[in-house]
Design a protein around this ligand. Structure first.
Ligand code: PLP
Length: 298
């Protein structure tokens, strides 16, 4: 429904990898679509199909001011000719940052709500109120995480299973929806490691368990590389992004994939992975949210 470009899987070369007998492949899913990119393409896929099948003309969803999901939903709505409404956490700050300016340019109507109100976004009363206010709309939860997202990510995982030989899949986690799908679709002989970009991401184990089958136990959540928490980007992380782009021509985003990739390299350094292992690192996108010279992200 939304255009999809098949993405490359370059192998990264370095002395560190050689020394530890590890192969590192990167699935460049950030390149699958110019705007509805990365894991958001997959998470939105069946949500969009469902909205169109039910003849809805408006999508409503939620996110923070730098949300890749808001960005992707706005672009998807524009591509499909659907109206979009973004419920944004916190107060409006002008000028709009890149994410929100783009969303607005796609026609998305932005509505700001307090952080307190935002916490109630999944409650029935709040949703009823939104429907009263905006009419017949198709609601997509924060980050797009729901059963459709899990189903679609499971199909993506099954493709990776077929196409590539690897032992570990490494990916970033926000809500855990993408990881849950990847677990569901992945052959049990593979191990999955999700890197939390949130501080205190241990709760994600329960979240992910809730969205996956009980017999799946080939996965773990690593919460050691959050760099101070969600949306926090100390200069060490910014320098790391520059360094990795210089060495490997691999652009990483500041919220998710840079923290994950830092974690992967650190674990390799510490000898975490068995010699001879192949790691498949999933680039879930998010590059739109990187600050430009005039914009600070934290
Ligand atoms: C949204 C996002 C994630 C987190 O996905 P979840 O399914 O919420 O865990 C990871 N990486 C990038 C680049 C994202 O935009």
């Amino acid at each position: 429904m939304i255009n999809y470009t098949k993405t490359p899987i370059p192998e990264l070369k370095s002395h560190l990898f050689e020394q530890h007998g590890i192969r590192v492949l990167v699935k460049r899913e950030d390149l699958n679509h110019p705007f509805v990119s990365g894991n958001k393409w997959w998470k939105l896929k069946y949500n969009l199909e469902d909205a169109v099948r039910q003849s809805h003309d408006t999508l409503l969803t939620f996110g923070g001011a730098y949300s890749n999901h808001i960005f992707a939903t706005a672009a998807a709505g524009k591509e499909l000719g659907l109206k979009t409404i973004g419920i944004i956490r916190g107060e409006e700050t002008l000028p709009l940052n890149h994410t929100l300016a783009f969303a607005e340019s796609c026609g998305m109507k932005l509505h700001y709500i307090s952080r307190e109100a935002y916490r109630k976004k999944a409650e029935l009363d709040f949703i009823t109120q939104l429907r009263d206010q905006f009419g017949n709309l198709y609601l997509i939860p924060e980050g797009g995480t729901n059963e459709f997202a899990v189903k679609s990510c499971a199909e993506f995982a099954a493709q990776l299973n077929n196409d590539i030989d690897f032992d570990y899949l490494c990916l970033s986690i926000g809500t855990g929806g993408t990881m849950a799908g990847m677990i569901e679709g992945m052959n049990s002989s593979k191990k999955l490691i999700g890197f939390s970009s949130l501080k205190g991401g241990e709760f994600l184990v329960e979240e992910i368990r809730r969205m996956t089958s009980p017999e799946k136990t080939n996965w773990s959540v690593n919460s050691d590389y959050h760099f101070g928490g969600y949306g926090k980007a100390p200069s060490e992380l910014k320098n790391f992004i520059t360094e990795i782009n210089d060495i490997h021509q691999l652009p990483l985003d500041i919220v998710y994939t840079s923290k994950m990739f830092f974690g992967v390299l650190d674990l390799i350094t510490k000898g975490y992975f068995k010699k001879g292992s192949t790691l498949l690192v999933l680039h879930t996108g998010g590059l739109q949210g990187n600050p430009n010279e005039n914009e600070e992200n934290t």
